[in-house]
Design a protein around this ligand. Structure first.
Ligand code: ACO
Length: 191
């Protein structure tokens, strides 16, 4: 995904971590022009992700990121666009309080880390970038994919989780979240 400004100036690392402060680093935080470009990138990514999932509204935008205490990992390709860099995709995660059912139908209250939005640019999908980004997040958060919850996962995400992390056995829920059997291992049930 290309932009009419220097991506490498806003995102210095291959994977950038963004939170409600909306700054890739202290340098960006002090530059309103870079902050504005960063917001443009996030808004554009959010729109592209919504379109790819056929959602009527974007679940990710710069203003939502500032207000919702979620966290976003952004992957760039620093070499492309004549050295200005291009954005490859993003992964948004955050904790949510959920009421879940285990495989016996027992209610479990938990506040797991959830995958809330995940998008790799159309022409770059199925090249391993999603895995690179997801693995980065797992290490950064020190979490296992089976311990996470997934908000309305698309068929592509379900296939991705099965292929890379052997997550196949999801436990039916009454909300839009998907969790797998691993989620309930060694977790106390709420009574
Ligand atoms: N059809 C089916 N499975 C797919 C597709 C596709 N078009 N694209 C990726 N996958 C799955 C497959 O398991 C694939 O393995 P395969 O090629 O051997 O079949 C595997 O992902 C490839 O792994 P990566 O290359 O690491 O994944 P990628 O870089 O494509 O990123 C992602 C995966 C983020 C799901 C990407 O395909 C994408 O952006 N899709 C469109 C948006 C989307 O559906 N996002 C998830 C929304 S749900 C949520 O965020 C909670």
């Amino acid at each position: 995904m290309e932009f009419p400004f220097d991506i490498n100036q806003i995102f210095t690392e291959r994977v950038s971590f963004l939170d409600q402060n909306l700054a890739a680093d202290r340098w960006t935080a002090r530059r309103p022009d870079l902050q504005a470009n960063l917001a443009t990138v996030i808004d554009e990514l959010g729109r592209a992700s919504a379109k790819a999932q056929q959602l009527t509204a974007a679940v990710t935008s710069a203003s939502k990121l500032q207000s919702q205490r979620h966290q976003l990992y952004l992957l760039k390709d620093g070499e492309s666009s004549g050295g200005r860099g291009a954005v490859v995709g993003f992964l948004k995660v955050g904790h949510k309080k959920l009421f879940l059912l285990d495989r016996h139908g027992v209610h479990v209250e938990a506040e797991p880390l959830c995958v809330l939005d995940f998008y790799i640019a159309e022409n770059l999908q199925r090249h391993g970038y999603g895995l690179e980004l997801f693995d980065f997040m797992l290490q950064h958060k020190n979490v296992e994919p089976g311990r996470m919850a997934y908000d309305r996962p698309s068929p592509k995400l379900l296939s991705f989780l099965e292929k890379h992390y052997s997550l196949t056995q999801n436990v039916p829920q009454v909300n839009n979240f998907v969790v797998f059997e691993d989620f309930f291992f060694n977790r106390a049930a709420a009574v």
